[in-house]
Write a protein of this length. Structure first.
Length: 426
């Protein structure tokens, strides 16, 4: 079978490695992929957002199955277009992808179907939004409506920060069109849990839970990033919390999307906060998380392609989705300066890391000499599984210590909080 994977980061690398475990998979093409993905698949330099380019490629180079992994092509209707060519796909159509692409759509859906989330107001008018944040309770959370590369959310601790966030989004146009409408919402407190779930629009099968580490610096300091590391499972996701999530969030969300005429098929990512009033939705994503995928898929015991086909064929109810009992940890290695300005093109010394861990490439390329070089903010994800979380963390950091380049940056405390919760029952 020839499989097409749209995307070119660590998440796609993890998906491709897992797909390769199926002996029927004879060829994988990644659009555009990256240098590391190039060792596991054929890369063709068509951007993930170039939907016409992708469609033309598939017309000339037929594929048996397509996986559309990133949010942008999903929101742009990549799956709709591939379906129109008769290509079976994994991923939601554009209508269903609105659950991530529009925060207003997601919030209104949750309100209408009584799915627990932060209270909120929507504004299309800057004056009214400014008026509102002059008096709203603090801290408050200001979110651009559309996709903003994970940068469209501001947690405003002070009145000035709240006013500034509204101005940046609605008057200065910091997020382009994505910020012309905003959501201002209640600040929630509690541990965060990421749950990725397979759904075919009929049943929902959650994957092992995980925990992201979004801030750039140790002890959750510094700027928000795309994610500096992950662990799975997340100790805050107890069986009781899981049961409530299934009853109060997962199943109602699937039913709500059906009722709205946009059934969701693919991987639905629930960004959850376990508050003292129970689990609430912080955000939905219409895709696998990055770097959550880099800890979740290594723990998947069932065959990924079989599950993806079952999602497309709406036979997920009959398809096992099983995870091993162990734990996983992924440590992200980033370019110095990330998430601010950083340099690219630094030569990477991998040491023996590839023998010690799954090293997923997020942003790598090759220089003129063919050497592996940095090509993004987040560069490599070093992922290990083990019988316990403690061992997984130790293995991941031991492997990460093998890797070097000029200015390499990493967090030193991935999984530390999770371990202390496990050890102390915090
Ligand atoms: P998002 O881009 O929606 O994932 O938001 C980024 C981060 O902001 C989340 O992972 C949370 O840590 C935080 N966040 C978003 N919404 C809220 C909220 N209502 N209350 C507290 N923290 C939030
Ligand atoms: N790790 C968060 C995300 O994928 O959106």
């Amino acid at each position: 079978m020839k499989i097409l994977v749209v995307g070119g980061g660590g998440r796609e690398h993890a998906i491709i490695r897992k797909l390769k475990e199926n002996p029927e998979v004879t060829q994988i093409v990644a659009l555009p992929g990256n240098a590391g993905i190039g060792q596991d698949a054929e890369c063709v330099s068509i951007k993930a957002t170039d939907i016409d380019g992708i469609v033309n490629y598939v017309k000339e180079n037929p594929v048996d199955f397509a996986v559309v992994a990133p949010d942008d092509p999903l929101a742009l209707g990549c799956v709709d277009r591939l379906h129109a060519l008769g290509v079976p796909c994994f991923g939601p159509d554009a209508k269903a992808a609105r659950i991530e692409a529009s925060k207003v759509f997601a919030k209104d859906l949750m309100k209408k179907y009584h799915i627990p989330t932060a209270r909120y107001e929507v504004f299309g008018d800057a004056e009214k939004a400014l008026e509102y944040v002059k008096a709203c309770p603090l801290p408050t959370v200001v979110k651009a409506d559309g996709l903003a590369l994970g940068k469209g959310v501001v947690i405003a601790m002070t009145r000035e920060e709240a006013l500034e966030a509204v101005k940046a989004a609605m008057i200065d146009g910091a997020f382009g069109k994505s910020g012309s409408r905003i959501v201002v919402e209640e600040f929630l407190e509690g541990p965060e849990v990421s749950v990725l779930a397979f759904t075919d629009g009929h049943v929902v099968k959650p994957m092992v839970s995980s925990m992201d580490h979004k801030r750039a610096g140790d002890n959750d300091t510094g700027l928000n990033t795309g994610g500096m590391g992950t662990i799975a499972p997340n100790p805050c996701y107890t069986p009781e919390v899981a049961k409530r999530c299934m009853e109060e969030i997962f199943l109602p969300t699937i039913a709500a999307m059906n009722a709205e005429g946009c059934p969701f098929k693919g991987c639905l990512y629930f960004g959850l906060m376990v508050t003292k009033d129970g689990p609430k939705v912080i955000e939905y994503n219409c895709r696998f998380g990055d770097p959550e995928t880099q800890v979740v898929l290594p723990l998947l015991k069932s065959d990924l392609l079989t599950i993806m086909q079952a999602v497309e064929n709406e036979t997920l109810a009959d398809t096992p989705v099983e995870f091993s009992d162990g734990a996983a940890c992924c440590v992200m290695l980033a370019s110095g300066g990330y998430p601010g300005k950083y340099e690219k093109g630094k030569v990477i010394d991998m040491g023996r890391a590839n023998e010690m861990a799954q090293v997923y490439h997020s942003g790598t390329g090759r220089n003129d000499k063919g050497e592996l070089v940095t090509a993004g903010g987040r560069v490599l994800g070093v992922s290990c599984t083990a019988d316990t979380l403690e061992n997984a963390i130790q293995k991941a950091y031991t492997a990460a210590a093998e890797i070097q380049w000029d200015g390499m940056m990493l967090r030193h405390d991935i999984g530390r909080r999770a371990l202390s919760i496990l050890n102390k029952g915090e």
